[in-house]
Design a protein around this ligand. Structure first.
Ligand code: NDP
Length: 306
């Protein structure tokens, strides 16, 4: 019997583990692939309070080692599903966590599954990550100061990213597949006032090229089918996130996008099950808010155990 089982060894999950073990709880963390979550793809983290500059990988490794050294156990098993177990003897409820290997029982559960950036799904995309292609303008925008860049997407994230980048970059192309934006009108209007923003509408990115680092992209107009090459140093992909909480949807409540319903208290609709980080319904998905959620969820779990 564990006190706290955590699903996901990203920033939220590992922060929760640190708080859990420091409170004297028996903590088990499940991770499907490798620890660290999204931050490992960021070359340089410069917006985490108290740390001037650190690579995403080093940040994640520090966090992982800290959790392990304090006594958290990490198992690399994919969580396939959950079950609430009612114990008739003492009327308590525990949570069964199912993996292909085994069933684990815990008094509480913290879901910290994160969210993945939706990829463009074009050839070369993986190859250029960290070499000109990024999914996070606030993390990587500073590396493109004075350069020409493009943002792909038409939602609030893309519009906000374009506004942010326009403060540092020479020219910012906003490439969107339709001629209407999904994001808010006031954000669009704000971009229209900026002289270094250029809208490239009804267009899709179909190719990424470069020599070592990204140098140009190929786009296609969705109506005329005309192809065009744009020379840029950076491509910011902001076409939405993809949470993956389907394995838990029969136990906890999800919103229409698949995020787990939870407020700042990190409680889900099920007593004893908490949610932390990017997989939670929230507006600011940053490293700091993930770490913060981890602490809040772990302390809430400790309080629940009593
Ligand atoms: P959204 O899902 O809102 O937007 C994704 C955008 O990417 C859409 O314009 C979509 O086009 C486009 N897109 C999706 N798939 C592809 C593809 N394969 N190729 C090209 N384009 C594609 O995601 P966001 O990350 O922008 O926002 C997520 C949520 O977070 C939203 O609810 C948003 O409002 C919210 N948010 C709020 C903020 C705020 O309030 N300040 C800031 C940032 C986000 P199409 O429109 O044609 O479907």
């Amino acid at each position: 019997m564990y006190d706290i089982i955590i699903v996901g060894a990203g920033t939220a999950g590992l922060s929760a583990a640190i708080y859990g073990v420091r409170a004297g709880k028996k903590v088990l963390v499940f991770e499907e692939k490798s620890y660290g979550g999204q931050i490992v793809n960021t070359p340089s983290v410069e917006n985490y309070p108290g740390i001037k500059n650190i690579s995403g990988f080093e940040f994640a490794t520090n966090l992982y080692e800290q959790a392990i050294e304090l006594g958290a156990v990490v198992k690399y098993e994919k969580v396939l599903g959950l079950e609430i177990k009612e114990n008739t003897k003492d009327l308590t409820k525990t949570i069964l966590v199912k993996t292909p290997e085994e069933e684990y029982e815990s008094k509480t559960l913290i879901l910290a599954t994160g969210a993945k950036n939706r990829p463009l799904g074009i050839e070369g995309e993986q190859e250029y990550i960290g070499r000109g292609l990024s999914y996070c303008a606030t993390c990587d925008g500073m590396f493109f100061r004075g350069k020409d860049v493009a943002v792909v997407g038409g939602g609030n994230t893309a519009l906000e990213d374009a506004g942010f980048l326009s403060n540092y970059c020479n020219r910012v192309y906003v490439i969107h597949r339709r001629n209407e934006f999904r994001g808010e009108e006031h954000l669009v209007q704000n971009l229209r006032t900026k002289s270094n923003i250029e809208f490239v509408l009804e267009s899709k990115v179909i190719g990424i090229e470069g020599e070592g680092s990204l140098k140009r992209i190929k786009i296609i107009n969705t109506n005329s089918k005309e192809e065009k090459v744009i020379d840029i140093a950076g491509l910011f992909v902001a076409i939405g996130q993809m949470p993956d909480n389907s394995a838990f949807s029969d136990v906890v409540s999800l919103d229409g996008y698949g995020y787990i319903h939870g407020n700042e208290d990190c409680k889900t609709n099920v007593p004893g099950i908490f949610v932390a980080g990017d997989c939670r319904t929230k507006t600011v998905r940053q490293l700091t808010t993930a770490a913060s959620d981890g602490a809040v969820a772990a302390l809430a779990a400790c309080e629940y155990i009593g």
